[in-house]
Design a protein around this ligand. Structure first.
Ligand code: AHR
Length: 525
């Protein structure tokens, strides 16, 4: 749990000081804290599911339209209407899974409006996100083509809020059946002979809120009914995902686990973070002070407690850990960029977002025995995006770089570690300064990702690897001169990873200086 981790870290500090291990920095008269990390290289048990590095794309603002879909006649280079530059950038992340079509949009989406000749598809109004016209140009065929271009699994969110059981059943059959049925034949008429493989299917989204304002008890009944008709056709094995809580709602997960656990493969959890205490002023993505930096780090670190408590409830009903926890929406949520449609949730993305993402991903790695998917919100132009576009221009964000650096954890075995971290203090409050996770990849290399959340001080790290001999270490770092440094269309490479210089190997121990406000990945061989 997060607070006990903090207490452990402070205790570790005291112990080290008493033992006289704290070293005086050569350049300073003040005593400098040495952060000590022990990685247990021979104690790995659980694999970090690649899907923890998953993504989410909703029909919201410019995520799908402009972000992915430009249409076949666009002057922007595309493959069957899908932007080439965006696909290329995402493929570099080894994107494992993409969730679609929402979000809140999922519970008002009627998939049959998004198939067939594009010029004959009816339009609808996207009532959740700005009352704009949704042309349905991007539908099931386009999404599954996108997944194929990305080389990732498809995760479809079905409509429980305003849809019918029949509609949901038909959708699964349309996509995955090879039989001689009305839906499979309709798919063939629309140009796709063979069924697609669809791995994940969500039965509703946020049904306690935008997905129908239901009670947990009511949704549990609906879940049990709807999921009955989410069938496996033609060898396709679909994993069913029940709607879970948004941040703290332990009653919801308790009820769903109690009543539905034997009919689901996973339950979702959503958690968004910001640097203020309220949703009406979430704060600016780029104009903030240390108070809001600290608040974001604190809110992000709460993910450890949130995961732990949800997992404890799951353990009560599912001690053998058959049901997965999918954090299928997470990330930072700021006030929309000035001058943009507030309903489009377009925000810039700074070094602060990158450090927050690093913490989240470390937490997911640490809980990989139960967290087997996570999907950052959202891929393009919405919330904590990987990619921002402006016409034909495209840039990647600091958060994108964290995903690229952390991809080494995908499919690796999580390694337990003990960290004695310095403290980041602000205005009478304290947080652990370093947050890390480690894994051993298939080639036997140890990957350590570590965030220094202190925006003012670098951290000295001594790392010992038990159960393995260390021969060499290399490192990459993402940092910048200011807390709010970000990439723009004019200067797209201001924040990007560089080599971490000055790493030493002494008596088998690794010594490194982690710059202030940074995300570091060390590869240990
Ligand atoms: O990601 C934006 C919105 O946040 C999603 O549509 C919804 O599920 C959540 O509330």
């Amino acid at each position: 749990m997060y607070f006990s981790r903090l207490q452990k870290m402070i205790l570790g500090n005291v112990v080290l000081l008493l033992a006289g291990i704290s070293l005086a920095a050569e350049t300073s008269s003040e005593q400098q804290f040495i952060n000590r990390l022990i990685i247990h290289a021979d104690q790995g048990k659980d694999v970090i599911a690649p899907e923890i590095y998953g993504h989410f794309a909703e029909h919201l603002g410019r995520c799908i339209y402009e972000g992915f879909w430009v249409g076949e006649d666009s002057s922007i280079p595309n493959v069957r209407g899908i932007r080439k530059d965006v696909v290329e950038a995402l493929r570099k992340l080894n994107i494992p899974v993409l969730r679609w079509p929402g979000g809140c949009f999922a519970d008002e989406y009627h998939w049959k409006e998004g198939i067939g000749p594009r010029n004959q598809r009816p339009s609808m109004v996207n009532t959740h996100w700005g009352m704009v016209t949704e042309t349905n140009a991007f539908g099931t065929h386009e999404f599954l083509d996108l997944c194929q271009q990305l080389g990732c699994e498809a995760y479809i969110a079905g409509n429980v809020g305003s849809g019918t059981v029949e509609e949901m059943q038909d959708w699964v059959e349309y996509m995955t059946s090879d039989g001689n049925s009305e839906m499979a034949n309709l798919r063939r008429t629309n140009g796709r002979d063979k069924p697609w493989r669809v791995r994940y299917f969500g039965v509703g989204n946020e049904n306690w809120g935008c997905g129908g304002n239901m009670t947990a008890e009511y949704y549990a009944d609906l879940y049990n009914r709807f999921q009955t008709y989410v069938r496996n056709y033609s060898g396709n094995k679909i994993l069913k995902v029940a709607c879970g809580p948004g941040s703290v709602n332990y009653h919801w997960i308790e009820v769903i686990m109690q009543r539905c656990r034997n009919r689901m493969d996973a339950i979702s959890l959503h958690h968004y973070v910001r640097g203020t205490g309220n949703w009406t002023r979430k704060g600016s993505a780029t104009q903030f002070d240390e108070k809001e930096w600290f608040a974001l780090m604190k809110n992000t670190l709460f993910i450890y407690e949130l995961l732990q408590k949800n997992i404890e409830i799951m353990d009560k009903y599912d001690p053998r850990k058959r049901v997965d926890l999918f954090v299928d929406e997470w990330g930072t949520w700021w006030d929309s960029e000035p001058g943009t449609n507030p309903a489009f949730l377009y925000q810039q993305n700074t070094l602060r977002d990158a450090v927050s993402a690093g913490i989240f991903l470390n937490a997911f790695n640490e809980h990989c025995y139960r967290v087997r998917m996570a999907n950052i919100a959202q891929t393009n132009n919405v919330l904590q995006a990987m990619i921002l576009t402006k016409g034909e221009k495209m840039i990647v964000t600091p958060t994108y770089h964290v995903f690229e650096m952390y991809k080494v954890h995908q499919g690796a075995t999580y390694l337990p570690s003990d960290l004695s971290s310095d403290t980041y203090r602000y205005d009478g409050q304290e947080l652990p300064m370093l947050v890390c996770s480690a894994s051993k990849d298939k080639a036997g290399k140890i990957q350590l990702s570590i965030c220094n959340i202190n925006p003012k001080a670098s951290a000295e790290l001594i790392c010992e690897v038990r159960g393995a001999t260390v021969k060499s270490v290399t490192g990459r770092v993402l940092t910048a001169s200011k807390m709010n440094t970000h990439n723009t269309f004019d200067e797209p490479n201001t924040v990007k990873p560089t080599i971490l210089e000055g790493i030493k190997l002494e008596d088998g121990q690794i010594l490194a200086t982690l710059p202030s406000k940074s995300v570091v990945v060390l590869t240990i061989e």
